[in-house]
Design a protein around this ligand. Structure first.
Ligand code: TUI
Length: 310
């Protein structure tokens, strides 16, 4: 997998909206992992600038994550091709519509998939690998857990499978490899790395989170999102389950809340998207240290067996 993507360690950094910028992606790529820039809801020209900024900071491969629910998806789909980005990951939908075009431009496409049906579809359309993301992940999630999803995806497709959701240390990497993955994607742990520009309050909240401190909201809208419990998510859950507001009002209530969390650290009105593994993340470290530490821990577990305890 490392040869396929031109990286040293089989570790992808999640394409987290507002967090996965040029600074974070280049730090991860420079450390030998795969840095990923999030296109999130950006217009095309804003993404072009971030891609060019990333190129100034690293000469190693990096990817752009395209969030398929973005209102600017058509534009950003063009920009990644014009800018000759080597790798594209996608999320929050299926990218079939763009795949033939991207592949014809020499882009390797690696969609996030929440089910075997979606995995088969994207591979039929030319995906060179897939990211099997379980619902332990932060942000927009599917229904299945990583533990159940991963081996099923590995059986369903012939391309390399990258595991995501609930992976925060070497034990997670080793477990993912045991289930058939050849790489992992890590989100929450990179939110608190030195090179992440997430607000200090966001980092503190992840660092102090306990095992049951996340909640999924938004199921009624068809796109459940996992985030840390706080006044925002509690109110969202209440509005959602009391059926007190229309779907449009509920959408409007959530709009902009992630940005408030990442950029302003707004503890009450922000949506602090994070995975269930947040409880395991208890230190802010450089990205390079996270990658080396996770990988060497996995190697020790895989060679010495589970008697090796963290
Ligand atoms: O995309 C993510 N995580 C995200 S996107 C995001 S921005 C957002 N904010 C508010 C509401 C919704 C989105 C925050 N976090 N992860 C990758 C991911 N993709 N998880 C699940 C999926 C997915 C779901 C359904 C991929 C494909 C899919 O296809 C279903 C179908 O049949 O089309």
């Amino acid at each position: 997998m490392c040869d396929l993507f031109g990286i040293e360690f089989p570790i992808f950094q999640g394409g987290m909206a507002w967090v996965a910028d040029a600074g974070l992606a280049s730090a991860v790529s420079n450390a030998g992992g795969l840095g990923i820039v999030a296109a999130m809801n950006m217009p095309g020209e804003a993404l072009r600038e971030v891609i060019q900024q990333t190129r100034q900071l690293t000469d190693r491969p990096f990817a752009v994550n395209i969030m398929l629910m973005s209102p600017h998806v058509e534009e950003v789909a063009q920009v990644v091709a014009q800018e000759r980005v080597p790798l594209v990951t996608t999320g929050a939908g299926t990218p079939e519509k763009y795949m033939a075009y991207w592949i014809s431009c020499g882009i390797k496409v690696i969609p996030v998939v929440p089910s075997t049906a979606v995995a088969r579809r994207v591979v039929r359309n030319g995906a060179c690998a897939v990211i099997a993301e379980g619902c332990e992940a932060g942000g927009h999630v599917g229904e299945l857990t990583t533990m159940a999803l991963l081996p099923q995806i590995c059986d369903a497709v012939e391309v390399p499978v990258i595991a995501a959701g609930g992976i925060g240390d070497g034990r997670g990497i080793a477990a993912a490899f045991m289930l058939g993955a050849t790489g992992v994607q890590v989100g929450t742990r990179f939110v608190v790395c030195h090179e992440s520009s997430a607000h200090t309050t966001f980092k503190q909240k992840v660092l102090s989170a306990g095992d049951i401190d996340t909640i999924t909201t938004g199921r009624r809208l068809g796109h459940p999102v996992r985030a840390l419990k706080n006044p925002f998510t509690r109110k969202f859950a209440k509005l959602e389950w009391d059926n007190a507001v229309s779907d449009a009002e509920l959408e409007a209530y959530g709009s902009g809340a992630l940005r408030l969390a990442v950029q302003q650290g707004d503890a009450d009105r922000g949506c602090f998207m994070a995975g269930q593994i947040a409880a395991l993340v208890n230190r802010e470290q450089p990205a390079a240290e996270i990658i080396r530490e996770m990988f060497s821990q996995a190697e020790r577990i895989l060679s010495e067996g589970t008697k090796w305890v963290v």
